[in-house]
Unconditional design. Structure first.
Length: 229
C-alpha cells in the first residue's frame, strides 16, 4: 500500500546481513532526526508537567534536529483488477480480508477524496449488518464476520473480514463475491429515504461512541467503588 514498506519476510531476510555496528550507526542517525513531542496525564499539576518537560528538554537539547515529516507516497494499484496477497498467521483459522479500493484518479485531490471516503463510510453502514447476518448467522461461515471502513489518506477502502475455523479460502472468497453481486442489485434500487436514513445513522455514530465510552467509564468507576468499599 505504501512505498518503502516491507513484508516481515523481507525484514527477516535482511537481518543476517546486518551487524551490531550497523544498528549503532542507524540509532545515531535516527536520533539526529527525531523531534520530541509529549503529553502528561494523571494526578499531576501544570507546574509539575512543565518541570518534567524542562528536564527532558535539557537531556535532549543539542542532540535533536527539527525535521519536516516525510510524506508517505502511496503505490499505484491497477484499476479493475484483482490482487491477492497471502500472509502468515499463528492462528490455525483461515482469515480473509477482502477489500474494495477506489483507485480512480478523481480521488487524487483531498477534497474529492473526502467525498469518496464519505460514500465508502455509507457503503460500510449499508452492507455491514446484512454481511454479518448472511455469512455469520445464516451460513455459519466464520465466527468473526464484519465490514470495516479502512480508508487511509486519499484512498477510500471498504474491508470485508471473515475468520473461519472450518472453511477454506476459496469458499470464503467465493461467498463474499456472491454476497457483493447480490448487494449491487439491492444498492442500485436504494431509495432516497433509505439513503437519508443511513446518512443520519452514520452521522450519529460519533455521538453514540462517546456515550458508549462514557457508560463504560461509569461502569468502571462503579466497579472500582464497589471493590474499595
Amino acid at each position: 500500500m505504501t512505498k518503502d514498506s516491507f513484508t516481515i519476510e523481507q525484514l527477516e531476510n535482511a537481518l543476517p546481513h546486518l551487524s551490531f555496528e550497523d544498528l549503532q550507526q542507524y540509532i545515531k542517525e535516527a536520533r539526529a532526526s527525531f523531534d520530541l513531542v509529549g503529553y502528561s496525564t494523571g494526578n499531576v499539576t501544570k507546574e509539575q508537567t512543565q518541570a518534567l518537560a524542562h528536564s527532558l528538554h535539557q537531556r535532549f537539547v543539542g542532540r535533536l534536529v527539527p525535521k519536516k515529516p516525510i510524506e508517505i507516497q502511496t503505490k499505484p494499484i491497477p484499476a479493475n483488477q484483482k490482487m491477492h496477497y497471502p500472509f502468515t498467521s499463528t492462528s490455525s483459522d483461515n482469515v480473509v480480508l477482502y477489500t474494495l479500493i477506489d483507485t480512480s484518479p478523481e480521488t487524487s485531490t483531498s477534497n474529492k477524496a473526502i467525498t469518496e471516503k464519505a460514500y465508502f463510510a455509507m457503503l460500510r453502514k449499508l452492507v455491514n449488518s446484512r454481511f454479518y447476518q448472511e455469512l455469520r448467522t445464516q451460513k455459519q461461515l466464520g465466527y468473526i464476520v464484519g465490514a470495516q471502513d479502512l480508508s487511509i489518506r486519499n484512498t477510500p477502502i471498504l474491508g470485508l473480514l471473515v475468520q473461519s475455523p472450518n472453511q477454506d479460502m476459496a469458499t470464503i472468497i467465493s461467498t463474499i463475491e456472491d454476497f457483493l453481486k447480490e448487494e449491487e442489485k439491492r444498492l442500485l434500487a436504494l431509495t432516497k429515504e433509505e439513503f437519508d436514513t443511513t446518512k443520519i445513522a452514520l452521522l450519529d455514530e460519533p455521538q453514540y461512541d462517546r456515550q458508549k465510552s462514557k457508560r463504560q467509564r461509569l461502569r468502571g468507576m462503579a466497579s472500582d467503588s464497589q471493590t474499595h468499599s
